[in-house]
Design a binder for this molecule. Structure first.
Ligand code: PNS
Length: 164
């Protein structure tokens, strides 16, 4: 069975992430999307909230599971058995960081390889950070976020604006 893990912070899951999930779900027999902690980011949503949003937008994909882990990716992957890491790769800016993470993960767990799916052109520029910045303004988000989670995102922006 071809089994992959797609890790990320997904804060929140964007249409670009969803595109990678759908394409990876077509390639692998089983795909686990794992919401993880990125030590340099300050999340807007809890791990559980992020899992819930991804589950809602992947309901139609029977071979996709969604989990979270606050541990090391290389160890999480080891606990799952034989698998590969799949990640999306956008324009040049992603490359160095992704290359470094892939090498470190392989160093910690030599059985673990990372494969990259290049972003489709309409998602090359898209990131959760950019969407969070746009969220402060009155911008149509339907090209950036899956429709089902736009209300969650707007509600969180509103709560944060009110100091919550
Ligand atoms: O979507 P992101 O923020 O680019 O994803 C990065 C993520 C969460 C996959 C990375 O920070 C990660 O693997 N976190 C888990 C802890 C870990 O293994 N850190 C070492 C990475 S080399």
């Amino acid at each position: 069975m071809k089994f992959a893990i797609y890790p990320g912070s997904f804060d929140p899951v964007t249409s670009g992430h969803l595109n990678v999930i759908r394409r990876a779900a077509n390639i692998f027999d089983r795909l686990v999307v794992c919401v993880m902690v990125n030590a340099v980011k300050h999340p807007m949503f809890t791990l559980e909230e992020r899992v819930d949003m991804i589950r809602r937008v992947t309901e139609d994909l029977p071979n996709v599971e969604v989990e979270y882990s606050d541990g090391l990716l290389a160890e999480y992957a080891r606990s799952k058995g034989k698998c590969v890491i799949v990640k999306g790769l956008r324009a040049g800016s992603d490359f160095e960081n992704e290359f470094q993470m892939a090498l470190i993960n392989h160093k910690i767990n030599p059985d673990l390889d990372t494969m990259f799916l290049t972003a489709e052109h309409q998602y090359m520029y898209l990131s959760s950070s950019m969407v969070k910045e746009l969220g402060s303004y009155d911008v149509d988000l339907s090209d950036f976020l899956p429709e089902a989670i736009i209300p969650d995102f707007k509600a969180r922006i509103q709560t944060l604006r009110q100091g919550g």
